[in-house]
Structure formats: C-alpha cells, structure tokens
Ligand binder design. Sequence first.
Ligand SMILES: Nc1ncnc2c1ncn2[C@@H]1O[C@H](COP(=O)(O)OP(=O)(O)OP(=O)(O)O)[C@@H](O)[C@H]1O
Length: 461
Amino acid sequence: MALRLLTKHSAHLGAADAPITAPAGRPAPVRGEVLLRTRDLVKSYPGPDRDLPVLGGVDLDIKDGEIVALLGRSGSGKSTLLRLLAGLVAPTSGEVSYRGTPLTGANPGTAMVFQSFALLPWLTVQQNVETGLEARGVPARERAAAARAALDRVGLDGFESAYPKELSGGMRQRVGFARALVVRPDVLLMDEPFSALDVLTGQNLRGDLMELWAAGEFPTRAAVLVTHNIEEAVTMADRIVVLGARPYGHITAEFDIPLAHPRERGTPQFDALVDAVYRTMTGHSDGSARTRPAAKPGHRTISNTPLPAASVDGIAGLAELLCREHGSADLSDLAERLGLEHRDLLPLVAALDLLGFAVVDGDDLCLTLAGQDFATADVQLSKEAFSAAALGVPLVRLIVTSLRHSDAPLRAGFFRDLLAHHWTRERAAGQLDTATDWGRYAELYAYDADREEYTLDPAAR
Ligand SMILES: Nc1ncnc2c1ncn2[C@@H]1O[C@H](COP(=O)(O)OP(=O)(O)OP(=O)(O)O)[C@@H](O)[C@H]1O
C-alpha cells in the first residue's frame, strides 16, 4: 500500500493538509536551527542499594531538516534518551531544551511512534488518531478533519471506523504514524517503529515515509529514530549517533550520511557506511574522521566486561562456520549469506572475541588458534578449550573462585546482588544466564535451577 501524497491527491482538505509552513504560534522554520538540545544529560534509575546510571553526560543537538538515528547495543540507553527528549521522563541532572526553552514536563514540540503501536483497542482508528489532538484541546470538528487527512496521508483512507484488531501490523503502525503526525510535531520521535513488522511490511512503510520526507511533505521538521538496524539507519538518517553502554550510555561516535534519497543497498557508498558503523559498534573501528573510538578496556572486571547473550551452541555454530570459510569471513557478507541482520551476529561476535576465539580485523572476523581448537577438536578437547577460555571471563571466574572458597553450594542471588552493584537487575539476570550456560558446558560448575544454586564441578577444584 503506497502512501498518498496529500497535496497531490487528497479529497480531504483539513488543517493537516496545509503545505508545511510553521503552524500558528510557532516561529518560522530556519533550516539547521537547533530544535532539541541536551546538555550534560544524566539519567539514573534507583537500584537496590545505589542509583544505576543509564545515561551519563549526553550532549546532542537535533536540527531543523535532519533525521537522526540513534544506534547502540541493547541497554545503551537509546529509548531512555528518546523518552528524555519527549519530556516523558525527567533527567537526573543536565538539561533537555526545545527551541531554547528547558523542558519542565512533556515536550510540546514532539510526538512519538512506538514499536508496539500503542493503540487503544476500544477506540476506532479515527478516534485513536484524534487522541493526540484532543489532549491539545483542538475543537471536535477540526480534530475530525485533521485525523481524516492524516489517515489519508498514511494510506488508510476508508479505515476510519475500523478497530485496531481488524488491521494488520503494518496498518496498525500506519495509524501510529497518523496519530503522531496529526499534531504536526516539530520533531517526530520513533522508537524502533518497524521492528515489530515483518521485513517486507517494514520496508514498504519505511519507503513510503521516506518518499514523503524527500518530497518535503512530511508534517514535521526533524525526526529521531531509535533502531538496532544499521541498514535502516543508513537508509533513513542524515546523521547516525552511536551510543555505547559501558559503564553507562554515552555517545561513542557520529556519522554524517551524505547520500541522496532514495538510497540503495548494495551501492559501494552505502555498504561502506554500513561497514564503518558496524565496525564502530563492535568496537573495532579505525573509524572515519568523525569517529571517536571507545576507550580501551583495561583490566577485565565484572563491571567492565558484560557477557553477551550468546549460547555455547551459537558460539560453536559461528566458530564452525568460520572454519568452513578457512578461518575468516567478511562480517557483512556472512550476515547477508545467512539471511541475518548485522545486529543478529553482534552478541556471537562479541562472545568469540571475549573468549579469545576470534578477533575482528577490519571487516573480517578471524578465528584464533584457540578458536580453531574449539571448533574442530573432538568433544573433550573442545570442552577443554572452552573451559580455559571461559575462566578468562570475569563473571565465570568469580563464580568458580567463590565456589572454591565455599564448602557449600552458592545461591544465584549472591551473584545477582554482586552484579546489581554495576548493572540493572534485568541485565544482571541476563549475564548470569550466559555465565550459567558457559560454566556448565565447560564443566566448571553445575546449576540446580529449582534451588537456584551453583555447585563446583569436582574437576574444577
Ligand atoms: N524505568 C526504568 N527503571 C529502571 N531501569 C530502567 C528503566 N528504564 C530503562 N532502564 C534500564 O536502563 C538501561 C537502558 O535501557 P534502554 O531501554 O534505554 O536501552 P536501549 O538502548 O533502548 O535498549 P534496547 O535496545 O534493548 O531497547 C537498561 O539497562 C534498562 O534496564
């Protein structure tokens, strides 16, 4: 379903159909003017015994005319930053301002599109779109016309009286976009808006939106997109901001994307940008002129070495694949051949790197000798290679040494609490799951899931 470009085809002529000029009461647009600004933005959430930092000292400007993509590993604070820009959560310290005025509540210049669509199931499509305007006190008649126009704009003319459950995922997200665009926000904030859609539906919606944007018919002045998908970011954004997670969310790199729209995957410039961003996100960038590489980790501790969500099976699968590729492979090629997104490979690549089984060299992932042993030796030797590597991982080592100093089994809660000094409960639990899987396979310790207890394997004494 293609979006209709209202100014050319619409039968409805309401407030939302007007050509894009400054809405009444707003200053006239100035290309490049800073619309949103954060300075030294810090956000922490309360932890069990101290505050857990999520974002530390973020300085970001969103300017008139640009689409900015926020990329970063899970937990780097992308969604938190978006919610701070929307004024939906308050900073712990530092400032968010809209057109020079510090926010004290919800940002009047933004509207949000959510991954989960967030439609109200008991309201019709038309009523869902009107909610945004209702909250801003727009009179009923004007509201109805603007909502119809916004629905037409996103290709949903004729679905006004349908309920969300009657629509496909792609159509529901079109309603999500109509609801945000109907208020003609200065800055549209999008939190992984395509990731709940199947690939083709997402591609179609993305293409339609970019068509409107390129034609200057998008009723917003700027947009911020949170995504995990590097190709999506390179397709849509004028600028990509990469957030790093250690020890808390901060900007590690920025990339300008100077390509004209529509952008084609597979062109050398497009692929080079995807690779450069990918290298930065995996922490192995020699970088573009604007890239600041992440600080080198020093001594490894549980606070600076989070475990990726990678199972032994997944790690072995990737190592075996590399063996079949004669020990190394171009990561972009590999992801494409496997039909994966770049991000799907990231935890496995991080795990191979952490275990010393592979190194990232430029665009290539290369097995080390230890990695070859792990992938090719018989089961016992492969386990031994894994066990030796796992003992170099701080959390696994902590569990083993704690058990060696204890005569009795140790509770998982003990390690969760230690991790919770540095990570949120959710991330601590995820890391402990990985450490459990790795240590069990390595025959370092056993884990009783019912009792939530670790016991040292006799061989590891
Ligand atoms: N309301 C909250 N209370 C406590 N911790 C929170 C809250 N919201 C987010 N966090 C924590 O802040 C960290 C950053 O979360 P956020 O959702 O912003 O990251 P993200 O980069 O968007 O992650 P993802 O890509 O997985 O969505 C996470 O560790 C998360 O558990």
